[in-house]
Design a protein around this ligand. Structure first.
Ligand code: MN
Length: 202
């Protein structure tokens, strides 16, 4: 059973002005579609066919560049679309809000750490909010399409929020102004979706 490009749960222009429609069209329809097709090609005829993407990443041979880059690309973007929503942002509530306070001191301190991770990731990569067993949260960043589920990625844990800081994610609208894109991201976060990921992975 091959992996399929997940449909976007909103229209291409739904996240404007924070993320523009043309970027969403290319990012989902070309980049994510490409990772999906190349992941399927990388696992075709191997014993990885039929495994979950989480299992594939956890057991990933990091020297297998096609699997590492495209398996990561498939998973990372699937997570990314699911934690965005039009008119999102604000603050998390309930158990996730409490865990953020316990782990970072306050929501503002979390936001500062996450934004710093996103802004200082050199070149292409991702910033993550991860949960460890027991509910402890932390922030990290990874290069290229790596993510914390992969072996040897030191931040570990399970990602519950991710921000794509590849130039393809923001360059059309923001050019080199990555910090503005990082700030805008906080206006489209779907905290309900993040809280669901927290609850099922803590
Ligand atoms: Mn991307």
């Amino acid at each position: 059973m091959a992996f399929e490009l997940p449909a976007l749960p909103y229209a291409h222009d739904a996240l404007e002005p924070h993320i523009d429609a043309r970027t969403m069209e290319i990012h989902h329809g070309k980049h994510h579609a490409g990772y999906t097709a190349n992941l399927n090609a990388a696992i075709a005829g191997t014993d990885l066919e039929g495994q979950s993407i989480e299992a594939i990443l956890a057991g990933c041979d990091m020297n297998n560049k096609a699997l590492r880059n495209n398996g990561g690309g498939f998973y990372n973007h699937s997570l990314f679309w699911s934690v965005l929503q039009p008119n999102g942002g604000g603050h998390p509530t309930g158990a996730l809000a409490q865990a953020i306070e316990d782990s970072f001191g306050s929501f503002d301190q979390f936001k500062e750490q996450f934004s710093a991770a996103a802004k200082t990731q050199f070149g292409s990569g991702w910033a993550w909010l991860c949960v460890h067993k027991g509910g402890k949260l932390d922030v990290c960043s990874t290069a290229n399409q790596d993510n914390p589920l992969m072996p040897g990625i030191t931040c570990g844990g399970t990602p519950i929020l991710g921000l794509d800081v590849w130039e393809h994610a923001y360059y059309l609208n923001y050019q080199n102004r990555r910090p503005d894109y990082v700030s805008a991201f906080f206006n489209v976060i779907n905290w309900t979706a993040v809280a669901e990921r927290f609850a099922s992975n803590k």
